[in-house]
Write a protein of this length. Structure first.
Length: 188
């Protein structure tokens, strides 16, 4: 009986190590972040072949920064933003992302928009070129003289009249902790 008990323990030990590996069917991909929506736990990514896709994200997804890690001492999902280039791990069964590794940040962390230009933008507007639109989450990415920036748009129905490449004037207002485009007009 003692040998049976040892054999049973050996089987249990092997199963304890093998089961987690079998339970997780993980795959890796990479791409640039186009838009994030943490309310819906989704991220829109563009892969190296130029295909765009919205991926579900696990609430407890791990975030690591390989680029500019000192600027993100406690990395979390809210640190992820366009145009970061990321390698990500996802569950092949659920297609849910469980880990992000930021390979390239794509901007200078801490160089957020100065409140003074944002205030000026609310009065007369800012000239911009649309580089990407995500109607699903209501975000627009624009090229400004200071670089690329992604904004929420309220109401998001304004985005229907525009496409990437359009030259526009945007009016931006601070709403809580985010800057929101409240008006878009075609530039002449």
């Amino acid at each position: 009986m003692k040998s049976l008990t040892k054999a049973g323990l050996a089987v249990l030990a092997v199963a304890a190590f093998a089961l987690p590996a079998l339970a997780q069917n993980l795959n890796k991909e990479r791409g640039n972040i186009l838009a994030v929506d943490w309310n819906a736990m989704q991220v829109r990514l563009k892969d190296p072949q130029g295909r765009e896709r919205t991926w579900p994200v696990s609430r407890d997804a791990v975030v690591e920064f390989n680029d500019k890690a000192s600027s993100f001492p406690n990395p979390k999902l809210k640190d992820l933003a366009p145009p970061m280039y990321v390698h990500f791990t996802f569950n092949a069964d659920t297609k849910e992302i469980v880990k992000f590794e930021v390979a390239e940040v794509g901007f200078e962390p801490g160089a957020k928009a100065n409140p003074a230009p944002a205030a000026a933008a609310t009065q007369g507007g800012q000239a911009a070129t649309i580089t990407a639109i995500d109607m699903n989450v209501g975000q627009v990415e624009v090229q400004l003289p200071t670089g690329r920036k992604t904004y929420w748009v309220e109401p998001k129905s304004q985005l229907r009249a525009y496409k990437a490449g359009d030259r526009v004037t945007i009016q931006v207002q601070q709403q809580g902790d985010k800057e929101v485009v409240t008006r878009i007009q075609r530039s002449r």
